[in-house]
Design a protein around this ligand. Structure first.
Ligand SMILES: [Zn+2]
Length: 192
């Protein structure tokens, strides 16, 4: 999930300064139209070093973008893994790394503009629950539960949607969705 423009400006400098001194594994972020972004991802069954390495890459890529959330399919890995950090690396306590996340409760509703690192330059306001409870596992396989409201709830929904092959565009009204998708197909034309 992409940041609001104001926060993107302040955080970008910090991230670049950190990048100069810390080895990072920033991966390219795939864009609208890549099949892996439009296909449901697979459940993670093995909690090993490769999975831990995937999370290092996801966190580095999210911070470098900069973004407040990233799902594994966005870097081409079709697994159910997400990272979320509303502080974009400024507060280590806010980093959430979750394997096989599921929405187990949803209440209320909210609607705010969302951006996506895989759909740069476009925004939309899909309907989201105001409060969610998310269950999943840590990188080591331990159970984790988060209760979230507001922006964090939206970020969880946005990233879990990625694992189901859905982008925010897919949640808009049919009219708005079709209009946006026509523009997106022109903008992100894939040669294959
Ligand atoms: Zn996204």
């Amino acid at each position: 999930m992409r940041l609001t423009p104001q926060r993107a400006c302040t955080s970008l400098t910090d991230v670049r300064e950190r990048a100069a001194v810390t080895p990072m594994s920033v991966r390219p972020i795939l864009k609208f139209g890549e099949p892996v972004l439009h296909t449901p991802a697979e459940t993670v069954g093995t909690f090993d070093d490769r999975l831990a390495g995937l999370f290092v890459d996801m966190v580095d890529t999210m911070y470098a973008a900069p973004g407040i959330g990233l799902a594994a399919p966005q870097i081409g890995v079709p697994l159910r893994a997400i990272v979320v950090d509303l502080s974009v690396g400024e507060d280590p306590a806010q980093l959430i790394q979750l394997v096989n996340p599921e929405l187990v409760e949803r209440d209320g509703s909210q609607r705010h503009d969302e951006g996506c690192l895989s759909v740069p330059g476009f925004e939309g306001a899909p309907p989201r629950p105001e409060r969610v409870v998310v269950k999943g596992r840590s990188i080591g396989g331990d159970e984790r539960t988060y209760t979230a409201t507001g922006l964090l709830a939206r970020a969880f929904c946005h990233e879990i949607d990625h694992l189901d092959g859905l982008l925010f565009v897919d949640r808009l009204s049919p009219l708005r969705r079709d209009l946006l998708k026509r523009r997106l197909r022109k903008r992100f034309r894939h040669e294959d």
